[in-house]
Ligand binder design. Sequence first.
Ligand code: GDP
Length: 454
Amino acid sequence: MEKTIAAVATGNAAGGIGVIRISGEKAIEIADKVFSAADGSFLSELKGYRAKFGSVAAGGKTLDNAVALVFRAPKSYTGEDVCELSVHGGVFIVEKTLEAVFAAGAAPAGAGEFTKRAFLNGKMDLTQAESVADLISAEGEAAAQASFHALQGSLSNKINSILEILTDCSANMAAWVDYPDEEIPDLADDELEKTLTNAAKALKELVENYENGIAVVQGIDTVIAGRPNAGKSTLMNLLAGRDKSIVTDIEGTTRDIVEESVRLGGLVLHLSDTAGLRKSKDEVETIGIDRAYNKIEQASLILPVFDSSRKLNKEDMNLIERCRDKKAVAIINKTDLSTKADVEFIQSSFAHCVFISAKSTADTSGIEKEIKSLFAADTFDAAAPILANQRQKQCCVRAMDFIFDAVSSLIMGVTRDAVNVLVDSAIDELLSLTGQKANIEVVNNIFSKFCVGK
Ligand code: GDP
């Protein structure tokens, strides 16, 4: 028998209400030991989806008023019997109630254990379970919407429809191989080739949209870079809406990376303001500059800042070179001063440029527009299936490669049983994506990243 588990489902901070969730065969029996209904009835007499008002007690002492919600298996989040006790959301009260629940026989829930049980009990597949964590950590509207649609099954449905097609192809080829003398209506080679190619293309589309999807779901790792005094910190503060970085005329002021997550339209940018790029004899500053170059390499988006009131120098040219083939929006700053920089050259080097006076404006709409265009965020359809993490992407890539190999083999005239091995491998990859055939280490790893109580 699985242990009955309990944890605080609401955050570890004071709030209006705190919820203690109990799940497992003994959930309601345990709740009855802690909770007393005002009308003297017992939760064990209650049907699912019912609530009772009463109080919770620990060691014979009443702690607080409470509401108990009862869910009966399998109609609950975890698929097991579940009882949720809502008390006033003071950290002490919530902790004390949880202790009382433990004393009554529940075991502490591990990270993500409620959702893991929901997955193991078939209430949701792995992609949906992962979307629960994404939904909780969503910081912007687009992210929340995309995660919500994934929870509703947008990705699972897409993958399952591809699985259905592959399974049909595989069954047909297997029957054809196993019973060559029977009158099995086999798929013609070209029809099979077309069906498999379409399946691979559907996966390819998912993989190609990954970068943009992940940018929306997880936020865009963005680096602000440029020579000293270009206005990087001023831009950081403009985007953050507050003074996060120190702004001075003194070169070398920002030495280490200053980080802040900001919301821009429906997107979230994880901003890093970096040390000004120049040759420096100062050891600490040089380390900062190295870090800035590393950030430029790794970031999903670069905002190179250019001071339009000064001629472009070696560092500017170097930065332009480093931005080549990367996602970047050039910020041409200090437009309130007379122009000395070769702005045409900057414009010809970047597909996306914004002219701004970061010091004297509060308007970030130009930057927002260019970033959205770069990540196709305006046409982003949150309801469409998207891959939300590397694990999902890798399963898709491997499945796609197996199918393309199967198509090539078919064209080369390889026997169908050999082609079918490749199709079956693709099926296995997609089954591990949805969790229908995932190994336990993968599953444990996914849920270990959840918070306790989810
Ligand atoms: P950083 O070294 O690139 O981070 O540059 P800062 O943001 O610290 O700015 C350097 C100096 O340029 C400060 O004195 C800012 O007030 C000034 N500055 C920043 N943006 C503008 C702007 O748009 N116009 C003008 N005139 N000055 C600016």
